[in-house]
Design a protein around this ligand. Structure first.
Ligand code: ADP
Ligand code: MG
Length: 323
């Protein structure tokens, strides 16, 4: 490598993200030294992104830097945790300064936006792969777990579903989109916006929550399994963008909003008595959300059309091994 490992770290990663008072020692020593706030739980999560598996090989480096952090902040959001610190383990085929500049720029901009500090990591040579570990805080008893949904609770999703899946179809040449529409859905695929504010707003209100990385059917399925419950989804209520709505049939009908992955919206449940409170909290957080179904005692996921027909959701989500 033209750049040594240590020059590379110093140049691109030693002061990335937001400065924070609770970082006693950041990048540069054998460990970071951090001050967790007294009385809060530490929420910890990690996600790896591998070239050609989690992102198309042609993904722009700035987008990859953004997305590798975004998917981890999305997990903190889904737990109702406030993001604080991240580490970055980067495996690179080569130390290309232009690539690193763009990658670090995308990563650092999102980190600053959320007040997150990059406090350490690892840098190795090999096939391109990015692993981020994210740390956040949540008061005891307020985390949004998957297991609290009860029959009668209302099922919500934030934002719109299926745009990232539509972008993948277009990039694979399976559907044709005009330039502006392609740009809009690519933005959803390449630069997902983690719903951190919504997760914080739902603390103490939502009975269960998950982020939609593998598709609504699969991820709601995890809530149902953990909660020992079932649900009915009303397909016509699934929120889709104007871009997807205009070509829903050509794009496989309900399969994209139900099973397209990579949206990084939140799916959450709310006891019916707290519906107003939940909707006001999300509106105050500036986050759109739609009520799409209801939790029921009978296990399984039922998807119904306005005509009363059932559609098989399958579990359809992305899995790496079998299934
Ligand atoms: P060690 O040999 O002790 O593991 P390294 O040489 O891997 O140390 O890393 C030196 C310092 O740089 C450490 O503080 C480490 O956390 C940090 N670091 C290495 N790679 C990265 C990276 N990609 N992003 C942020 N910090 C990094
Ligand atoms: Mg190391």
């Amino acid at each position: 490598m033209a750049l040594s490992e240590f020059e590379l770290i110093a140049r691109y990663f030693s002061h990335a993200g937001a400065p924070r008072e609770d970082v006693a020692l950041g990048v540069g020593d054998d460990c970071a030294l951090l001050r967790p706030p007294a009385g809060q739980l530490l929420a910890l999560t990690t996600d790896t992104m591998v070239d050609g598996v989690h992102f198309p090989h042609a993904t722009r480096p700035g987008d990859l830097g953004h997305k590798a952090l975004a998917v981890n902040l999305s997990d903190l959001a889904a737990m109702g945790a406030e993001p604080a610190w991240v580490t970055l383990a980067l495996t690179l085929p080569a130390a290309d300064p232009a690539w690193l500049e763009a990658f670090a720029g995308g990563f650092a901009a999102l980190a600053r936006e959320h007040g997150v500090a990059l406090v350490g990591g690892d840098t190795t040579r090999g096939p391109l792969s990015v692993t981020v570990q994210a740390h956040g805080f949540v008061p005891p008893g307020q985390a949004l777990t998957r297991g609290g949904a009860r029959p009668g609770d209302l099922v919500y999703v934030t934002g719109t579903l299926g745009d990232a899946g539509l972008a993948l179809l277009a990039l694979r040449g399976e559907i044709r989109l005009p330039g502006p529409d392609l740009a809009a859905v690519r933005e959803r695929l390449d630069r997902p916006r983690p719903r951190v504010g919504a997760g914080l707003a739902l603390r103490g209100i939502a009975s269960a929550c998950i982020d939609i990385s593998d598709g609504l059917a699969a991820d709601l399925g995890h809530i149902l399994e953990a909660s020992g419950a079932g649900a009915t989804l009303h397909l016509e209520r699934l929120p889709v963008s104007a871009t997807l709505a205009a070509r829903l049939a050509a794009a496989g009908g309900w399969s994209l909003p139900l099973s397209g992955g990579d949206d990084y919206e939140l799916c959450f449940t709310v006891p019916a008595a707290r519906q107003g409170e939940a909707e006001r909290a999300l509106a105050a957080a500036g986050c759109p959300a739609d009520r799409v179904g209801v939790i029921e005692a009978a296990p399984g996921l039922r998807c119904v059309t306005p005509e009363g027909d059932s559609v098989d959701a399958g579990r359809g989500g992305w899995q790496h091994f079998g299934g």
